[in-house]
Ligand binder design. Structure first.
Ligand code: AMP
Ligand code: FE
Ligand code: FE
Ligand code: ZN
Length: 268
């Protein structure tokens, strides 16, 4: 329920992702690119595989929060307005990052980065790919720790909408609002946010994610149930930027996840 494609920072096109999922025998997938949902012109359900249109919005609640929208109408005018705006903001930010790198005599231009970002929105993983290709880092992970990460010298923050705005927009596009990978949210931001999720119209919490320990998965499932929310799961598959993660990799979860996924499909 959480896969990236070439429309944001993934390596494979939407159609390639669908083909991989079908080969693996998966029943359902959701494509959830960062601030982008224009990849759905290219794909549809087939052969018993349900393809859910989604998005992963970079939002803020006094700190970074990723908000997933599952089952959205990718042609909704509100969500497309966000995508266009985010594309513009991300481009401005990429221009500033390229300038900082050039000022530090690191031989990388915005054109180099554009060359690895064929469609959709530009992000730090595209910079990481170029830094690795040009020998400035040995892996995307190292590119993040030395150049691009939040505490690294060339980091430029992204202008973000609030979690409440992201939730309203997803609901307006007919989607279910899910809190992405809560284990990656700063503790104080999370503890402030969780009691407000119901009022903001959230449908669920992504309790199952490769970055979560099994203890965290259990804890986030209890948290969801305590607040009357469903749970979701996902590999957060990208390809080379997260080389250890394969599509369909997140296999944890039990009855409540099964019930949640049925609820998600039923109300499409
Ligand atoms: P952006 O949305 O442009 O700020 O880029 C964030 C994306 O960068 C995340 O969704 C991940 O795909 C990727 N990312 C963040 N930190 C790392 C890291 N340490 N190593 C590899 N990829 C990362
Ligand atoms: Fe990403
Ligand atoms: Fe995320
Ligand atoms: Zn993601």
């Amino acid at each position: 329920m959480h896969i990236h494609t070439t429309y944001s920072d993934g390596d494979y096109t939407p159609q390639q992702v669908v083909d991989m999922a079908r080969t693996m025998g998966l029943d359902m997938i959701a494509i959830t690119d960062h601030d982008e949902c224009r990849g759905f012109g290219d794909v549809s359900d087939d052969d018993g595989l349900s393809v859910i249109a989604g998005i992963e919005i970079s939002a803020t609640h006094g700190g970074q929060v990723h908000v997933l929208g599952l089952g959205i109408n990718p042609q909704d005018s509100g969500i497309l307005a966000h995508v266009t705006q985010a594309e513009k903001k991300r481009r401005e930010r990429a221009t500033r990052m390229a300038r900082l790198l050039r000022d530090a005599d690191i031989d990388i231009s915005l054109d180099d980065v554009d060359a690895v970002c064929s469609v959709g929105v530009i992000g730090r993983p595209h910079f990481a790919a170029v830094l690795v290709a040009k020998g400035y880092a040995s892996s995307p992970k190292e590119a993040f720790s030395r150049y691009l990460g939040r505490h690294a010298p060339f980091y430029v923050p992204l202008e973000r909408i609030t979690v409440a705005q992201a939730a309203d927009m997803i609901i307006g596009a007919g989607g279910k609002v899910v809190l992405a990978h809560p284990g990656l949210i700063k503790g104080s931001v999370l503890s402030d946010l969780v009691p407000q999720l119901g009022d903001m119209g959230f449908w669920g919490i992504e309790a199952y994610h490769p970055s979560h320990t099994t203890g965290q998965c259990r804890q986030f499932e209890s948290m969801a149930r305590a607040h009357g929310l469903y749970v979701s799961t996902g590999s957060d598959f990208h390809g080379s930027v997260k080389p250890d993660v394969k599509i369909g990799d997140e296999k944890r979860g039990g009855d409540y996840l099964g019930l949640s996924m049925r609820a998600l499909l039923e109300r499409r």
